[in-house]
Design a protein around this ligand. Sequence first.
Ligand SMILES: C[S@@+](CC[C@H](N)C(=O)[O-])C[C@H]1O[C@@H](n2cnc3c(N)ncnc32)[C@H](O)[C@@H]1O
Length: 254
Amino acid sequence: MRQEEIWNTDVAHGYDTPGTGMFAPEVLEPTVDRLAELAEGGPALEFAIGTGRVAVPLARRGVPVTGVEMSQPMVDRLRTKVDEATIPVVAGDMATARAPGTFQLVYLVYNTISNLLTQDEQVACFRNAARHLAPGGRFVIELWVPELRKLPPGQQAVVGGESGTGHFVLDAYDVLRQHVVSHHFWFGDGEETRMFRSPHRYIWPTELDLMARLAGFRLESRHADWHGAEFTAESRSHVSVYRRGEKGPDQLGG
Ligand SMILES: C[S@@+](CC[C@H](N)C(=O)[O-])C[C@H]1O[C@@H](n2cnc3c(N)ncnc32)[C@H](O)[C@@H]1O
């Protein structure tokens, strides 16, 4: 299934959940606070900007934001909130699309680097981030830690979800290809059921750091969340901040 088919009109319409889930103030405010701090007042570029969950409040903070996004229905939702002059968006693939200008900060949140399904595309995404930054500029990634410890030998799927919400997740693994397909199910009170499925290539933090090095970045910090909690062996997610070196990706070769 291609990303354009996944992020279709129905998904785009149901994406925003104002005030709850990923749109809850306790999730969004620390995200925006930290990104504004890391941008140091300079312009920011969001890869896979979606409906502007993060970009809209970040722009309201006074940080100029541009986006790259491949789904037109997601951009259409963004356009119900802000116009093109406030948040310009380049239509295309974050591994290759070029937005005009040089940025202080490029960010890619909510696990979205894993939507690129090959290692080559993920490395290309790092290189593309570096191309948009001056030396010293930052690339911030929010990504989950693969939960392979939940997968005993011989088992191919793990079931999770939040108790009492009617939301269940079935993660089906292909460990040879380093892929996981997440199937989300929502069960209503009656017979109503909704399903959303998305394929991912999962990445260990250390592999992510190696991709960064290939593109001329070094790791500046890694925390378990946007508040700056310590990243430990038990952390389920991380916010990693990379800084671009003097040499851009096109001067590094490889
Ligand atoms: C989980 S949503 C995240 C949206 C937004 N960043 C947020 O935090 O709410 C993933 C988004 O990534 C976009 N996307 C997936 N692969 C992409 C790619 N290769 N290039 C650009 N956008 C992509 C999808 O269209 C979708 O809007």
